[in-house]
Design a protein around this ligand. Structure first.
Ligand code: SF4
Length: 375
């Protein structure tokens, strides 16, 4: 995407916002583990984990990741199973696959050194405008803008940007505004010292994201505590609730599956999702899509597994939500000596071995319940 350097800010406002944000961030930055590092690799990993995921959830994942894969070289060489296990529970597994592909590209094309320039970063697999801006500015203090969901909300309100930020027109305008703030930051004669930042551009972008994450919240923003409320057009007009103009979500699609926990000699039958499937490479119990009806589920299980109903032990339903899907899993346990004909593949694993595998989130819930039942 081409970023138009022209700014839509009114004269002097971008500088005032930049100055206030830098000062506020200097005093209010949260102490997050990746902020103690200037290592672009650790910052990159944190940024990818934070996409679609809350900070508090990410912290233990990031800490473990950096223990196990402390360098880009380690990431490039790690086996897929281990990679997926480190990501288990964060979801959106294409993120971590792309991260490894990008690490390998950096090894091959940049001698293992993560590039600092936006254009080079954008050529890496899975690196879009946001991630490129984040690595360039946060790790290398380059004068690059970034716009994520939090930033889009803040900028939409500050400037009363009309339209859904996911649409190209408003999105371009938000990037221009972000660029305007970066430019204004470069023009400041002096900036307050800021912990956790490689320089003024790093602090500006982190401050913008921090404001969106802690003050300019989607609902009930704490405008009275906001350092830029004087410049905020939405606040001044009493229209904070109108921005950002995000269209209502489409109604969730319901999906129902039958899940078979097939046991034999203290082991469970599990299968690895094959290439081309959603969540490829992750493990799960055998499952079958069914209609949304418990009776159908029992009948389907009987037919699918080739056993009488009396052999099926129903377990509590599992509900799971991901993106626009509401997923219901009807779970049945059944003891069998051999793999049913209808199930093409699978391996017998002990519960301990299953704990070492990367398992889909919904099926991890089932496994945890089974282990809790036994203890
Ligand atoms: Fe957000 Fe309120 Fe601050 Fe405006 S004044 S940027 S709406 S928190």
């Amino acid at each position: 995407m081409t970023i138009n350097p022209a700014s839509e800010w009114k004269a002097g406002v971008a500088k005032a916002v930049a100055r206030s944000l830098l000062s506020w961030f200097g005093q209010n930055a949260r102490d997050l583990p990746w902020r103690h590092s200037r290592d672009p690799y650790g910052i990159w990993v944190s940024e990818v984990m934070l996409q679609q995921t809350q900070v508090q959830t990410v912290i233990p994942y990031w800490n473990l990741w950096m223990q196990e894969l402390p360098t880009l070289h380690d990431l490039a060489g790690v086996a897929e199973d281990r990679l997926l296990k480190l990501w288990e529970g964060l979801g959106y597994y294409s993120r971590v696959r792309n991260l490894q592909r990008a690490a390998r590209a950096v090894e091959l094309q940049h001698h293992g050194r993560i590039p600092s320039q936006r254009a080079e970063l954008l050529e890496l697999p899975g690196v879009g405008p946001y991630t490129a801006g984040a690595i360039a500015s946060l790790a290398f203090n380059q004068s690059e803008p970034l716009v994520d969901g939090n930033v889009a909300r803040v900028l939409s309100r500050l400037n009363r940007v009309e339209g859904d930020p996911r649409d190209s027109g408003p999105r371009d305008q938000l990037w221009q505004l972000a660029q305007g703030l970066v430019t204004a930051t470069g023009e400041l004669k002096s900036v307050p010292s800021t912990p956790f930042a490689a320089g003024r551009y790093s602090a500006l972008n982190q401050g913008l994201m921090e404001l969106g994450a802690t003050v300019c919240l989607p609902r009930n923003p704490t405008c009275l505590l906001c350092p830029v409320s004087t410049e905020c057009q939405a606040y001044q007009a009493g229209e904070v609730d109108r921005f950002p103009m995000v269209r209502p979500r489409v109604k969730a699609t319901r999906l129902c599956y039958l899940v078979a926990v097939i046991t034999h000699s203290g082991r469970w039958l599990m299968r690895r999702r094959i290439d081309g499937e959603v969540n490829q490479g992750l493990w799960e119990f055998p499952q079958l899509e069914v209609t949304d009806d418990r009776r159908d589920a029992v009948d389907s299980a009987r037919e699918w597994l080739g056993v009488p109903e009396s052999q099926l032990i129903p377990l509590p339903r599992v509900r799971h939500a991901i993106t626009r899907y509401q997923i219901t899993l009807d779970v049945f346990m059944v003891a069998l000596k051999r793999i049913p004909d209808a199930i093409q593949d699978g391996q017998w694993v002990t519960p301990e071995e299953a704990g070492e595998l990367a398992v889909t989130a919904a099926h991890r819930k089932i496994a945890k319940r089974l282990i809790a039942q036994e203890n």
